[in-house]
Design a protein around this ligand. Structure first.
Ligand code: NIG
Length: 413
């Protein structure tokens, strides 16, 4: 069954290689008076409305804007409990500290499988309703072998990509070195069948550089792709470690020095824009909602882009530092507060997220289609705004602009 989505006022393809991309002549990756044909789960055609082929069904976009669905490459959705009191204390002046993770860990361990499954499904539904069509989430509120494995299993049922974050916090009373051994050994073995990625919170109050290095090496040796929580609460080794280990992404990046930015930029030196050639480097993933909720210095997204670093924008939805899955809000904030243009922010929240998850191109090995950009053969993940252009995301902050969402060719909103 094919579907023609016609009369699109502005189509942000975010597909920049040129190979399968329509020649717009109107700025990289943007087409006006456009149409897209979906065939099953894939995009079958992209171009001008006037040239659109016939299809089994037609949807009239009535001049609205279409974007790729958001690719949210950083979230922590497997949790129970509430941290409103901690948030209130923070708004009254208390600083964020990693220790709050322990509060959520206790509540998560106490929840039944059914309760966690229900909470997770509700959070995924909220994300989809806001235009997210590809979603990563992490373990990290179990922090014990059985509970981390349970989180991984539940996450794998509900989202597209699962990350092992046993190295989120050393549980109260545990010896840090012995706990790191557990993360690198029996816990890794237990979660390994259910996850594609591993992450480590490399920060004062969480894991030291040496402990982080051990976690990254063990997880790399187990065949997992790597991600790092780095430079969130202060300057540190997170960014350099991520680059050294060839991590796909380093996330937060609030406290960077010139050397950190240069290391990230160097990691992209061999890559040609669009991903057609060369090995991708380490994406800098910024988390604007988290920066606001923790009253942290905003991550320097503008400086990173200017230095040639590929940037992703993600929600970091979690109960401690960013209790929102609204990528639209994050994009709005990146434009209004971080100095990105609308198209730079949209790209970071679509193609950038895909790059951070290494899904910007299709993978024959596991039959996965590319996500995060609109081109022939890519997964049919589309976000139709109730607005004539993506600019309205920043121009009308906070307005509910998601009109319709297709995920793998199926209308989900
Ligand atoms: O990405 N920084 C570490 N992890 C989360 C916060 C987790 C929590 O406080 O519960 C984050 O911000």
């Amino acid at each position: 069954m094919s579907l023609l989505i016609d009369a699109i006022g502005e189509l942000s393809t975010q597909h920049l290689t040129g190979e399968a991309s329509p020649a717009s002549g109107e700025g990289a990756g943007v087409l006006r008076d456009a149409a897209v044909v979906l065939d099953g789960e894939r995009i079958a055609w992209v171009g001008r409305s006037a040239d659109a082929p016939a299809a089994d069904e037609r949807f009239d976009a009535q001049g609205r804007a279409v974007l790729p669905g958001w690719v949210d490459s950083h979230s922590h959705l497997v949790f129970a409990g509430d941290r409103t009191a901690e948030f209130e204390a923070r708004m009254a002046g208390q600083a964020y500290a990693a220790g709050g993770i322990g509060v959520t860990t206790a509540a998560t361990r106490a929840a039944s499988d059914g309760e966690l499954r229900r909470l997770l499904a509700a959070r995924v539904a909220e994300a989809v309703a806001g235009g997210t069509t590809y979603l990563e989430t992490k373990t990290g509120y179990g922090l014990e072998v059985g509970h981390e494995a349970r989180s991984a299993v539940l996450a794998a049922e509900a989202v597209d990509e699962v990350t092992y974050l046993g190295a989120h916090l050393v549980p109260a009373g545990a010896d840090p070195e012995a706990y790191t051994d557990l993360v690198c050994g029996p816990m890794l073995d237990a979660v390994r069948p259910h996850v594609r990625w591993a992450d480590v919170f490399c920060e004062a109050g969480a894991f030291t550089e040496e402990q982080s290095r051990r976690v990254l090496a063990a997880c790399r040796d187990a065949g997992l792709g790597l991600r790092v929580h780095g430079n969130q609460l202060g300057p540190g080794a997170g960014v350099r470690l991520a680059v050294e280990f060839g991590a796909a992404s380093v996330d937060h990046v609030n406290f960077l020095d010139e050397g950190d930015i240069a290391a990230l930029a160097d990691s992209w030196a061999a890559w040609a824009d669009g991903g057609a050639a060369g090995a991708p480097g380490t994406v800098a993933t910024v988390l604007p909602a988290c920066d606001l909720s923790t009253r942290a210095p905003l991550a320097p997204a503008r400086a990173l882009l200017d230095a040639g670093v590929q940037v992703a924008i993600a929600s970091n939805c979690n109960p401690g530092t960013s209790y929102t899955s609204s990528v639209s809000f994050c994009v709005t904030t990146a434009v209004l507060q971080m100095g990105l243009t609308v198209q730079e922010a949209v790209r970071a929240a679509t193609f950038g997220g895909a790059l951070a998850l290494r899904r910007h191109v299709g993978a024959d090995a596991d039959g996965q289609r590319a996500v995060g950009s609109i081109a022939v053969g890519h997964r049919a993940d589309l976000h139709l705004l109730d607005a004539p252009s993506a600019t309205h995301l920043a121009y009308r902050p906070g307005m509910p602009l998601t009109h319709a969402v297709w995920r793998a060719g199926t209308r989900v909103r």
